[in-house]
Write a protein that binds this ligand. Structure first.
Ligand SMILES: Cc1cc2nc3c(=O)[nH]c(=O)nc-3n(C[C@H](O)[C@H](O)[C@H](O)COP(=O)(O)OP(=O)(O)OC[C@H]3O[C@@H](n4cnc5c(N)ncnc54)[C@H](O)[C@@H]3O)c2cc1C
Length: 501
């Protein structure tokens, strides 16, 4: 054998392991999937593969100062594990919560880290997926087969954030960082910082850095909605005071939060002007009557077309009121050697520029799928209730909610997977897929998300890669937790859209 033979030989897996279910991802979705599968179907064998070195996904990847949730942990936490802290939690607190879930339920033995899933091939002859993963540390290939593939891979690339190209970036003499790939030990004490962006990340990083920097500026193209409120829950505090047990507190506070969120979501749709005025008033209360709220905090879109970030204790606005932080609403003309020149001619001097410019959306973890050797193009499939794809057997995708906590859908779809697997076992089915029914054949096929309803840039940028949506409830991810809470448990698994073999 020549050296070339050795180098070019594909590193194919030496052995193939089989599991009933293979979960891709060990973030909040994958760990939730593993918990429910073990709890509700103890007889099933399963493995969860994650390319990172530990569990947590989003909460492991993001390390920028102050990293925290923007929705409350009573609903972002799982329904089965009480949340006992303040509603908004830091990444380390969320990771601690997830570690407890893994330890209390002995899930670690089912999770393999540093396993990047590269491909998934369905064989109709065997009614199985063959999944190939690469060890991120050794480069070794491992192969698995499974009957059911549960995709819990999140929605964006974990290794790099979305960094637009601006003219003159190479001229800038200072440091440019992306919030998603925060360099360890970045020293920003006494420095001038400009943060590009005004989403939840900017709203987190600015108050966290404000106390140490000389000055920090939020440079935004257009304003965002924020919801400043105390980071405590009075109902939870009272229930704790009177010694109600934590599982019951979790249940009650969760129900109350979901009720309140439903009211606000409905109001956003029914009376957007009133909700807009209330949100802006909430910001003005921190910034005072002379602050130019009209320019900097009055968005051009309706509330809830993009996620409204909760700002605990209004810390972002406290930073602005103190003079340590400021907001510039303008566009970038170019970078200069000392900072950023805006289109209106203002130069923002900076030592550090932080791009809080969002994600690179990634459909299904960049895994190459094929069905009997034919590559799957997900943009040609139709998405069933935001969880399954026409023509793709024995696979379910977790994509949570934009307007409610993601994890609500993790628990809900886990119940669905369990019901589906039990139905298949009871009937001796080995294969399930969703297909358009006779009445669906002339259905218009639309972009996956209705931009009138929800329009963050990372989704709009990736729409061409996403599956299609129909104009009937079955073929839409309706993003409505409160409707799905009633509808999903009642789905008729013998409905015409389910095809079994
Ligand atoms: C900074 C930030 C804050 C957020 N705050 C909130 C919030 O407060 N409330 C809310 O509801 N949502 C929030 N979100 C959205 C958030 O991403 C989700 O709520 C949730 O954490 C997603 O969990 P997940 O497990 O589905 O995906 P992720 O957290 O993205 O985890 C997916 C995992 O799958 C792994 N993976 C992906 N592809 C592969 C592959 N090919 N092979 C192997 N492994 C793979 C990844 O390594 C990762 O560990 C936030 C997002 C960000 C970025």
């Amino acid at each position: 054998m020549t050296l070339a033979d050795t180098l070019e030989r594909p590193r194919t897996a030496a052995k193939v392991e089989h599991f009933d279910v293979l979960i891709v991802g060990a973030g909040i979705s994958g760990v939730g999937a593993a918990y429910h599968l073990q709890d509700q179907m103890p007889g099933k064998t399963f493995v969860a593969l994650d390319s990172l070195e530990s569990f947590g996904g989003t909460w492991l990847t993001h390390k920028y100062p102050g990293i925290r949730s923007d929705s409350d942990l009573y609903t972002f936490g799982y329904r089965f594990k009480p949340w006992v802290g303040p509603p908004i939690a830091t990444a380390p607190e969320i990771l601690k919560y997830m570690r407890e879930v893994i330890e209390e339920n002995d899930l670690a033995r089912h999770i393999r880290y540093k396993h990047k899933v590269l491909s998934a091939s369905w064989s109709s002859a065997d009614n199985r997926w063959t999944v190939e993963a690469e060890r991120t540390d050794t480069g070794e290939r491992h192969a698995f087969t499974c009957n059911f593939l549960w995709m819990c891979q999140g929605y964006y690339k974990h290794d790099a954030g979305f960094m637009p190209e601006w003219p003159g970036m190479e001229d800038f003499k200072g440091t440019i960082v992306h919030a998603q790939t925060w360099p360890e030990g970045l020293d920003y004490k006494g420095k001038r910082v400009v943060v590009i962006g005004s989403g939840a990340t900017a709203a987190t990083v600015i108050p966290a850095m404000a106390k140490d920097v000389e000055h920090i500026t939020m440079l935004q193209r257009s304003p965002t909605f924020f919801f400043p409120a105390m980071n405590r829950n009075e109902l939870a505090d009272i229930l704790r005071e009177i010694k109600v047990e934590e599982p019951l507190i979790h249940d009650i506070v969760r129900k109350k939060m979901l009720y309140d969120q439903e009211v606000i979501t409905r109001r956003c749709l029914e009376e957007p002007e009133a909700v807009t005025a209330e949100l802006i008033e909430g910001v003005r209360a921190f910034l005072g009557p002379d602050y130019d709220v009209a320019t900097h905090f009055t968005p051009r879109y309706r509330p809830w077309r993009q996620r409204v970030a909760f700002v605990p204790d209004g810390d972002l606005f406290q930073g602005i009121a103190s003079g340590k932080a400021s907001v510039v609403t303008d566009e970038i003309e170019r970078f200069t050697k000392d900072g950023i020149l805006t289109k209106s001619g203002q130069e923002l001097k900076a030592d550090i520029i932080v791009a809080a410019t969002g994600f690179h959306m990634c459909v299904l973890g960049d895994v190459q799928f094929d069905i009997d050797g034919k590559p799957v193009d997900f943009s040609e499939t139709v998405n069933y209730r935001g969880m399954m794809f026409t023509g793709v057997p024995n696979m379910l995708w977790i994509f949570g909610y934009f307007r409610a906590s993601w994890t609500l859908r993790v628990d809900m779809l886990a119940d669905f997977v369990v019901r589906l697997l039990k139905h298949m076992d009871a009937n001796g089915y080995q294969r399930v897929e969703v297909a358009l029914r006779k009445e669906d054949h002339n259905m218009p096929l639309l972009p996956w998300i209705d931009a009138e309803n929800f329009n963050p840039n990372y989704l709009l940028r990736a729409m061409h890669q996403l599956p299609k949506r129909g104009d009937k409830p079955e073929w839409q991810h309706n993003q409505d937790y409160w409707r799905e809470r009633d509808e999903i448990p009642l789905i008729d698994l013998n409905g015409a859209e389910y095809v079994y073999r």
